[in-house]
Design a protein around this ligand. Structure first.
Ligand SMILES: [Zn+2]
Length: 156
């Protein structure tokens, strides 16, 4: 350690930038005080940086953050089976439409033809769709709409 008796005064003067004539004169002849004076402002800044930027967060904040992270993990875990159900629903709806178009195409075609203006004008009677097929189409359509709504809601 430095033994110069002026050092505390030199450091205080460097911090406040208030130099007396005596201290200025002393700096010209004392290497220890020159070193102390040049390092002092930097040491001061370093100390305040330590206070401001390296302060540990409050214990309650750390606890709350941990709780929030735990909560999102729980939600993610709970929503995973829901995604599986959604995937199955998508497959059922897509398969339903595919089956309908594949196996009942003739009936749908006839139904569409019956709906056309020429058919109505000609009063051409075609076989009507069975009640079960209409129910199936309505069910598929409503499932499709519900799935679409669920997907939109889940994304929000
Ligand atoms: Zn000195």
């Amino acid at each position: 350690m430095s033994a110069c008796r002026f050092e505390p005064q030199v450091i205080a003067a460097a911090e406040r930038d208030e130099w007396t004539a005596t201290l200025r004169e002393h700096l010209t002849e004392c290497d220890d005080c020159i070193a102390a004076a040049s390092v002092s402002p930097w040491m001061d800044r370093f100390a305040s940086i330590g206070d401001r930027e390296h302060r540990l967060p409050d214990a309650s904040i750390v606890y709350l953050k941990a709780k929030l992270l735990q909560g999102t993990l729980d939600v993610r875990r709970a929503s995973r089976p829901m995604d599986v159900v959604q995937m199955i629903a998508y497959l059922v709806v897509a398969g339903g439409w595919a089956a309908l178009l594949t196996f009942k195409w003739k009936a749908i075609e006839a139904w569409l033809r019956a709906m056309s203006p020429s058919a109505i004008v000609l009063q051409h009677s075609t076989e009507s769709l069975s009640v079960s097929l209409i129910a199936f189409v309505v069910l598929l359509a409503s499932m499709t709409v519900m799935l679409a709504l669920h997907t939109i809601m889940a994304e929000e």
